[in-house]
Design a protein around this ligand. Structure first.
Ligand code: GRF
Length: 220
């Protein structure tokens, strides 16, 4: 059983999708701790209700990024965390933190990276007239929404879509790819090596994996 730490800043729906998958036994891991940089982040109470230890490390109480990240790192180490999942964690991480969890630090982002890093990316995709968007699980480096791509899901942009509608369609697929990525990492079927994510899957498994992550454009 791997020990996973989840970092959140907000509502924590991706955190819940990971907790659900671990609780169901789909992933051979358990969540050892949830840490937020925001007091009252809605996801914290959800984690507490599920019996997961939670901590808040308010970034405003640290003078440097490194100092803040050191406090978070200490909590993760104290809880024996081996893998860290960022789930709506609105902080850039210091190189020190990234290095400490190299190859074991994941993020999810609601676009097909490297297109549209940053914020309000669903609206940006609509504004650019993109036909497809989606979501990406990637290994984290010290740049924003950057790092080796691990898994992606493709989601169509439909006539009349606004930011809310597209965000909802993408979020549904976020909740599918993030647990899948964590499972692959825990099973050591995904390894970050030489700047690429190597998946130990045969051709058929790989095709199935991708087929699951294409959202149809027609009505269900
Ligand atoms: C998600 O869209 C995620 O991709 C992005 O921030 C949002 C967090 O949502 N990084 P939630 O807190 O997981 O519900």
């Amino acid at each position: 059983m791997k020990r996973v730490g989840i970092l959140i800043s907000g509502r924590g729906s991706n955190m819940v999708s990971l907790l659900d998958a671990m609780d169901r036994g789909d992933i051979q891991a358990r969540c050892a701790v949830v840490v937020s940089n925001v007091y009252g982040a809605p996801g914290l109470s959800v984690a507490e209700e599920r019996g997961v230890p939670t901590f808040v490390v308010d970034h405003r109480q640290s003078s440097t990024r490194k100092d803040h990240d050191n406090k978070v790192l200490r909590i993760l180490v104290e809880h024996g965390v081996q893998i860290v999942c960022l789930a709506g964690y609105m902080r850039i991480l210091s190189p020190m933190f990234v290095k400490a969890f190299e190859g074991r630090l994941l993020n999810i982002h609601p676009s097909l990276l490297p297109s549209f890093p940053g914020l309000h990316v669903q609206q940006k995709a609509i504004d650019h007239g993109a036909r497809f968007s989606g979501c990406t699980v990637h290994f984290v480096d010290d740049q924003v929404d950057h790092g080796c791509i691990f898994l992606q899901a493709v989601v169509p942009i439909l006539p009349g879509d606004d930011e809310v509608a597209l965000s909802k369609r993408i979020l549904d697929y976020e909740h599918r790819i993030y647990p899948t990525a964590l499972k692959l990492l825990c099973e050591e079927k995904a390894i970050l090596r030489d700047g690429k994510v190597h998946l130990s899957l045969d051709d058929e498994e790989y095709r199935h994996l991708l087929a699951d992550f294409i959202c149809p454009a027609e009505d269900p």
